[in-house]
Design a protein around this ligand. Structure first.
Ligand code: NAD
Ligand code: IPM
Ligand code: MN
Length: 367
């Protein structure tokens, strides 16, 4: 049987820097755990625009559809701000999500003990935190029609449409209930049913799906109150399910509970392929971080932990995923810190490569 295939799209800014560390980790699992992958690389975002005039070529899109899993770094950067909206780097990522139909975006927010002091919230509020945000990723206001900027009278109007079908809500709700069953059996659904019809439908459908999961304790919250509760006492949550835009905001907020955006991985999953594996793309939650790009300062943990999610959700290697997560945790416990994980000006931070090497050393020590 051939090896599972991985398509790496490193992208822009710190994307290629953090992905270089993930490549070391992939190599380690091949050498030391006999888990060889067929790795191909391609361009996405600004890098693809520079080479081909589009943030994602049809050829790359086709490769992504065929791959057992896609690993993405980050896209975007100020250099591309002037581009027409249709070819902006972010459009490449959105096309991947839409055409692969990756409707369920898992964004875990876990606070490693070693970083509990580093969160902007009090230690007792975040210590031991382990929540999972399930963000709907292929619909809602990101994709709804009509959209655009139109002329109306003597001024322009910017239009986006929040739109959800029952089946779109049903399938993401099911994925969230399934996760809740494997975790703490609590699910909180967030929308704004008080002001949005799509929120009313969201709440109705999630409640209906909940009847198939009687063991899961389901609650509902308005998304603005949810943001408040996430900062007040995040440990009240286990799994949160929410729409595309609210999920975007709430997951960045959750990132800071854990100490840094540089720590947060994600998995974007779709329907099973012929081989039983879900269509899948793994990427850090953070962006291309233009302010630190090219300086070796980026924290590669979010991207490394995204590969751990690939081991768990695409390759059925939960134990190896746990090994990698434990290695990251050990490195942090040992005090290795990239600049984003340091308050103290007096300490010399670890570089991106130092952090990757330390994770490799911790993996070696785990054998
Ligand atoms: P960002 O996530 O790139 O950066 C926000 C802040 O967090 C910056 O100060 C950055 O230095 C810091 N940061 C982010 N990741 C880090 C890491 N791994 N290590 C250390 N520090 C890190 O968000 P932004 O500045 O709003 O966006 C920059 C560009 O990235 C934009 O073009 C945006 O559209 C794009 N973006 C892409 C993705 C993606 O590819 N999935 C996600 C978010 C933003
Ligand atoms: C994210 C990003 C993306 C989003 C952008 C870059 C398209 O912010 O993955 O969270 O808004 O979904
Ligand atoms: Mn975002």
């Amino acid at each position: 049987m051939s090896n599972p295939s991985l398509l790496i799209l490193a992208g822009d800014g710190i994307g290629p820097e953090v992905m270089a560390e993930v490549r070391k980790i992939i190599g380690w699992f091949g050498d030391k755990r006999g888990m060889a992958f067929d790795v191909t690389e391609d361009l996405v975002g600004g890098a693809a625009y520079d080479a081909h005039g589009t943030p994602l070529t049809d050829e790359t899109m086709a490769k992504a559809q065929e791959a057992d899993a896609v690993l993405l770094g980050a896209v975007g950067g100020p250099k591309y701000d002037v581009l027409d909206f249709s070819v902006k780097p972010e459009r490449g990522l959105l096309r991947l999500r839409k055409e692969m139909d990756l409707y369920s975006n898992l964004r875990p927010a876990q606070c490693f003990d070693a970083l509990a002091d580093f969160s902007s919230l009090k230690k007792n509020v975040v210590a031991g935190l382990d929540i999972m945000i399930v963000r709907e990723l292929t619909s809602g206001v990101y994709f709804g029609e009509p959209r655009g900027i139109i002329e109306e009278g003597n001024e322009r109007v910017g239009i986006n449409t929040q739109r959800y079908t029952e089946s779109e809500i049903d399938r993401v709700a099911r994925s969230a209930f399934e996760l809740a069953m494997k975790r703490g059996k609590k699910l909180c659904s967030m929308e704004k049913a008080n002001v949005m019809e799509s929120g009313i439908l969201w709440r109705e459908v999630v409640t209906e799906v909940g009847k198939d999961y009687p063991e899961v304790e389901l609650s509902h919250m308005y998304a603005d109150a949810g943001a408040m509760q996430l900062t007040r006492w995040p440990k009240q949550f286990d799994v949160i399910v929410t729409d595309n835009l609210f999920g975007d905001l709430l997951s960045d907020l959750a990132a800071m509970l854990t100490g840094s955006l540089g720590m947060l991985p994600s998995a974007s999953l779709g329907a099973p392929m012929a081989n039983g594996r879900p269509k899948a793309l793994y990427e850090p939650v953070h962006g291309s971080a233009p302010d630190i790009a090219g300086q070796g300062k980026a924290n590669p943990c979010a991207c490394i932990l995204s590969f751990a999610m690939a081991l768990r959700y695409s390759f059925d290697q939960g134990d190896e995923a746990t090994r990698l997560e434990a290695a990251v945790e050990k490195v942090l416990a040992d005090g290795v810190r990239t600049a984003d994980l340091l308050n103290d000006e007096g300490i010399t931070p670890a570089t991106t490569a130092d952090m990757g090497d330390a994770v490799i050393a911790a993996l070696d020590a785990s054998l």
